[in-house]
Design a protein around this ligand. Structure first.
Ligand SMILES: NC(=O)c1ccc[n+]([C@@H]2O[C@H](COP(=O)([O-])OP(=O)(O)OC[C@H]3O[C@@H](n4cnc5c(N)ncnc54)[C@H](O)[C@@H]3O)[C@@H](O)[C@H]2O)c1
Ligand SMILES: CC(C)[C@H](C(=O)O)[C@@H](O)C(=O)O
Ligand SMILES: [Mg+2]
Length: 359
């Protein structure tokens, strides 16, 4: 298993270190693992004067999978795109054509009390947000700054999807639904945007090839409300890049914390990039308090999707479940009566649970 480890900035290196320890523990055979570290984000700027150094990109391309931490620094948004640490991730996704971003939101029963919602709303929650990751307003051209006819400065972006881009993510969504509860909700804003009208038309057309999957459509504003009001109505939610970014942070809070949400970004084959949904969290970086479970659960997704080892995915899931049952909690999921631990200690607990699984 050749894995590029791109830890990045802020809490990225802290949570990635724990994810790597868990990976080593669960794989067991160190000869089977080849881990190649490379800088990205501000770390890339510091090492090579580029947030996405050529060498990092080359290492990523040669690997079977990428384990990514997080990238970005405070004030990031004021730095021009090509030099912006946070944009390194966008460039990497685009270079590698990682168009299908799986963001599963699963409620661990031990964390029901940490959710912001009432227990009956989130108990048993298991939904998948499938976010298109290489199109939309994130990459649409033209984009930039200009002066309007009246002499005013404007910032502008273009929301655009091509038929082929929508078709391929639709197929991924329908196939994912087939492996689950056979319900797909396509989320867009077709009552306002042409881009969304095309999206809906194509989902209806592709849906005819999957008559066994129930296809529904929802506008993104209503979907954000429904995610909070009655999230269990959803099985697979498929949506575009910008709506998926927002809805997945929303879904994270249903499960207790953004520190619990892993993700997998695939290009249609077994190659993939695995990362926690959260960012660099500058407010808690360097304090050993970040929750590493999202990064650890991203390793579980990697073992399933890139290495066809669902057994190892299940081992990690079981170990996470054990440590939660044993009361281990980082600050973000802490509840009175539980045992507050730091990033490293949480990693220790998961590694111990892998080495000594309960009988
Ligand atoms: N995948 C990525 O690399 C990624 C994702 C999102 C944001 N970012 C970047 O990260 C920087 C900070 O962005 P932000 O503050 O909007 O989002 P963020 O996800 O970094 O943090 C939002 C909030 O969640 C908390 N949080 C995040 N991860 C946590 C964890 N594992 N454990 C406990 N608490 C956690 C943070 O402390 C903060 O209060 C920006 O530069 C942004 O561009 C990067
Ligand atoms: C860091 C940022 C560019 C990224 C995005 O917007 O895609 C992040 O928010 C995410 O959710 O992965
Ligand atoms: Mg986001």
């Amino acid at each position: 298993m050749k894995i590029a480890v791109l830890a990045g900035d802020g809490i990225g290196p802290e949570v990635t270190a724990e994810a790597v320890r868990v990976l080593k523990a669960v794989v067991g055979d160190s000869a089977a693992l080849e881990l190649v570290e490379a800088p990205i984000g501000q770390a890339g700027v510091d090492a090579a004067g580029d947030p996405l150094p050529q060498e990092t990109l080359a290492i990523a391309r040669k690997a079977d999978a990428i384990l990514f931490g997080a990238a970005g620094v405070p004030g990031d948004e004021q730095i021009p795109y090509a030099m912006r640490p946070g944009a390194s991730l966008l460039r990497l996704r685009k270079h590698l054509d990682l168009f299908a971003n799986f963001r599963p939101a699963i409620m661990f029963p031990q964390l029901v009390g940490a959710s912001t919602l009432r227990p009956e709303v989130v108990e048993g929650l298991d939904l998948l947000i499938l976010r298109e990751l290489t199109g939309d307003i994130y990459f649409g051209e033209p984009r930039g700054f200009r002066t309007s006819a009246s002499g005013e400065r404007q910032g502008f972006n273009t929301m655009v999807y091509s038929e082929s881009e929508v078709e391929r993510i639709a197929h991924v969504g329908f196939r994912a639904a087939r492996g689950r509860r056979r319900k797909l909700c396509s989320v867009e804003k077709a009552n306002v945007l042409e881009c969304s009208q095309l999206w809906r038309e194509i989902f209806i057309r592709v849906g005819q090839e999957y008559p066994d999957v129930e296809l529904t459509h929802m506008f993104v504003d209503a979907a954000s409300m429904m995610l909070i009001r009655a999230p269990k109505q959803f099985d697979v939610v498929v949506t575009g890049n910008i709506f998926g970014d927002i809805l997945s942070d929303c879904a994270a809070m249903l499960t207790g914390s953004i520190g619990m949400l892993p993700s997998a970004s695939l290009a249609g084959g077994s190659f993939g990039l695995y990362e926690p949904v959260h960012g660099t969290a500058p407010d808690i970086a360097g304090k050993d308090i970040a929750n590493p479970l999202a990064a650890i659960l991203s390793v579980a997704l990697m073992l399933r999707y890139s290495f066809d080892r669902p057994d190892l995915d299940e081992k990690i899931q079981a170990a996470v479940s054990t440590v939660l049952s044993d009361g281990y909690r980082t600050t973000d999921i802490f509840e009175p009566g539980s045992r507050k631990v730091g990033t490293r200690e949480m990693g220790d607990a998961v590694v111990a649970a892998i080495r000594n699984p309960p009988r």
